[in-house]
Design a protein around this ligand. Structure first.
Ligand code: DGL
Length: 258
């Protein structure tokens, strides 16, 4: 039996947050992960903020009860809806959230035009408005709520013609408008990166914040005392049905009941 240094709880509406879990696992192989996929309620994107907040609180409590020492809100939508409330409710727990990478995108664009792919709830959030006010500057930002894309990814349709058609409809107007940088503002989207790259071609910059988030997790873990963790394996918990885990991760998860 191996022992682990830290216990990290990670959640998302579904399997999207595994794009973040994969980066965390790559950087911190000695941490044990408990991943919660709220597949009974995916997608979060079209839901009202209060509902997403309630789900996030319940999942956070669940992960803390299991012994998690740090929580990664591996969901842009849940971060926008719930992060300040979670921090207020559990002031001693370090939380790491996600937000669309508008800042690096604004610094990277050469055409002065950036596209943000995110959910409806994220785009409509106050947090996103603040992010734009702070970092967009003179850069023109075009958003798309990518309706229907998360369910395609949850269904494992990463390369099908239906997903290609949907993704083309989403990004084509952005490309036609001169966008040269695209922000993956939802943790599900890194799983369709190969398809997206095919559609947009080699010149467009695609920004996935997962590696930066993993580095932030590592920073926040400094100073947290290593415990003798009871949990001896990475655990994956889904609130609803889910089975195709191996499509999305190499982390040796044990699938557990919630
Ligand atoms: N993966 C999520 C995000 O980063 C949520 C997607 C959804 O459930 O709509 O926004």
């Amino acid at each position: 039996m191996r022992s682990f240094d830290h216990h990290i709880g990670i959640f998302d509406s579904g399997i999207g947050g595994l794009s973040v879990a994969n980066a965390v696992y790559g950087l911190l192989p000695r941490a044990v992960l408990t991943y919660y996929a709220d597949t009974a309620h995916v997608p979060y994107g079209p839901r009202p903020r209060a509902e997403i907040l309630a789900f996030s609180e319940r999942i956070t409590r669940f992960l803390l009860d299991r012994g998690a020492q740090l929580i990664v809100v591996a969901c842009n939508t849940a971060t926008a809806a719930a992060l300040p409330a979670l921090r207020k409710q559990w002031p001693k727990i370090p939380f790491v959230g996600m937000e669309p990478a508008v800042k690096p995108a604004a610094a990277a664009t050469r055409t002065g035009k950036v596209g943000v792919l995110a959910t409806q709830s994220t785009i409509q959030s106050e947090r996103y408005a603040q992010l734009m006010a702070r970092y967009a500057g003179t850069v023109e930002v075009l958003e798309n709520p990518c309706i229907g894309l998360v369910p395609q990814i949850e269904a494992g349709e990463l390369q099908t013609s239906a997903t290609r058609t949907l993704l083309t409809q989403i990004v084509q107007p952005m490309l036609a408008a001169g966008v040269d940088t695209l922000v993956l503002g939802c943790t599900h989207y890194p799983f369709i990166l190969p398809l997206l790259r095919e559609i947009v071609g080699p010149q467009v910059q695609l920004i996935d914040p997962a590696p930066a988030v993993a580095r932030q997790v590592a920073r926040r873990l400094q100073g947290i005392v290593t415990t003798d963790n009871q949990q001896m394996a990475h655990q994956f918990i889904a609130s609803g049905a889910y089975s195709a885990l191996a499509t999305y991760t190499d982390i040796p998860f044990v699938e557990c009941a919630g």
